[in-house]
Design a protein around this ligand. Structure first.
Ligand code: HIS
Length: 403
């Protein structure tokens, strides 16, 4: 028998956990500061919930057998579960609803890369029940605050608009739309050259790949395409949002109307939070607007708008490790309580408890016997313990500070 974690699974040891908490606590304070409340949904969901129509590919989900005929899976993300919970479990909610989460997700390693991670931690928010400019800007400013709370400066936002991108793709023949979409998403010029397209459509595809960069330039380029009134309105709304965001400041923006996310429930803005860590671009999180997702779960199929984002805790962890910001050790105990004889044991437990009952957190360890006084002291100083309380047989206490 080999006692190893399953392939792609990971154990977090106490120092990893302390560092993860450092990140999560800071994010949680920001979420609270903006009036968001935590929601916890089930790790296990029915497959049809997880797949959110066709938005999430089946191959992304780790599926489970449960004896009954229900198809179940481990959540690969939380937005779909939250959409389900809100419309089915929170009857009569008043909107806007501001929710956050901090949870593990699982993604199947379908490319079969050896030992590729399959369990991840995410912290994120969903702002439900409001569409429009202010909600979008709130969520993007919340991203900015989260990164500031973690002390991260070197990051930028790649901002797309799924509504505009999808609508521009509508000009292409339905049969080859998926290939055009994928070629644009991967900036694959060769694929575009090889698709059966008219010169005009080929030109359009090439312009679409080029809709990335400084926001004013991109907005100008997209406006030069032959847009219908609805597209013009979407471009106008995007421009207003970019302007508001820029006048508030603090978010460095790259507009990218070729940005297409793998998860396909987005209907409005989409974005990725990217950092240049060690000259390597790393996506720290992503999100966007999904105005037709809640309707999938709603008993009367009522559409309720939503927008949110997620931050990948592992990626934040890696970047912060590099910046030397995280705690470098687990917390040492404040006290070691040592019964000096068998008769002193009850008094030692009582004294340790008295120390712990303080209003502030006091970390108190019991010495569990079997060591002489010199070894006890060595142990305490090796672990950075501040004080030893020696308990005598008559219950009296001698305190010895070590530092
Ligand atoms: N759930 C998405 C991120 C997101 C949150 N809200 C909107 N989008 C993901 O895991 O990629």
């Amino acid at each position: 028998m080999v006692y190893q974690p399953a392939s792609g699974a990971r154990d977090l040891l106490p120092l990893d956990v302390a560092q993860k908490h450092w990140i999560e606590d800071r994010l949680q304070q920001v979420f609270h500061g903006w009036g968001y409340h935590r929601i916890i949904t089930s790790t296990l969901e029915r497959m049809d919930t997880l797949m959110a129509g066709e938005a999430i590919q089946r191959q992304m989900v780790i599926q489970l057998q449960n004896g009954q005929d229900e198809e179940l899976g481990l959540r690969p993300e939380l937005t779909a579960s939250i959409a389900r919970a809100v419309v089915t479990r929170m009857a009569g909610v008043t909107y806007p609803k501001r929710l956050y989460y901090n949870a593990n997700v699982f993604r199947r390693n379908w490319e079969n890369k050896h030992n590729r991670q399959q369990e991840f931690y995410q912290a994120g928010v969903e702002l439900l029940g409001v569409g429009g400019l202010l909600a979008n800007v709130e969520v993007l400013l919340l991203v900015r605050n989260c990164l500031a709370a973690l002390g991260l400066q070197d990051w930028h936002l790649i901002l797309g608009e799924a509504g505009i991108t999808t609508s521009l793709l509508d000009a292409f023949p339905v049969k080859i739309q998926p290939q055009v979409r994928s070629a644009i998403a991967h900036l694959d010029h060769i694929a575009i050259d090889n698709l059966p397209l008219s010169d005009e459509l080929r030109h359009r595809a090439i312009i679409m790949m080029d809709l990335r960069g400084d926001s004013a330039d991109v907005l100008q380029k997209v406006s030069s395409l032959d847009l219908n009134p609805q597209q013009q309105e979407m471009v106008h709304n995007l421009k207003s949002m970019v302007e508001l965001l820029q006048s508030v400041g603090g978010v460095s923006l790259i507009l990218d109307l070729s940005l297409i996310e793998t998860i396909d429930y987005y209907t409005g803005i989409v974005f990725e939070i990217v950092t240049n860590n060690n000259s390597q671009a790393r996506v720290l999180g992503r999100g966007g607007r999904y105005d037709r997702l809640l309707g999938l779960y709603h008993p009367q199929a009522e559409d309720i708008p939503g927008i949110g984002f997620v931050l990948n805790i592992e990626d934040l962890h890696q970047v912060l490790l590099y910046n030397q910001q995280l705690p470098q050790s687990t917390a040492a105990s404040d006290w070691l309580v040592v019964p000096q004889t068998a008769e002193a044991q009850a008094a030692a437990f009582a004294y340790a408890q008295k120390l712990r009952d303080s209003t502030e957190l006091v970390r108190v360890e019991m010495d569990l016997g079997g060591k002489d006084a010199a070894t006890v002291k060595q142990y305490a100083s090796d672990r950075g313990i501040a004080q030893i309380a020696w308990i005598k047989a008559d219950g009296s206490v001698i305190c010895e500070p070590l530092v």
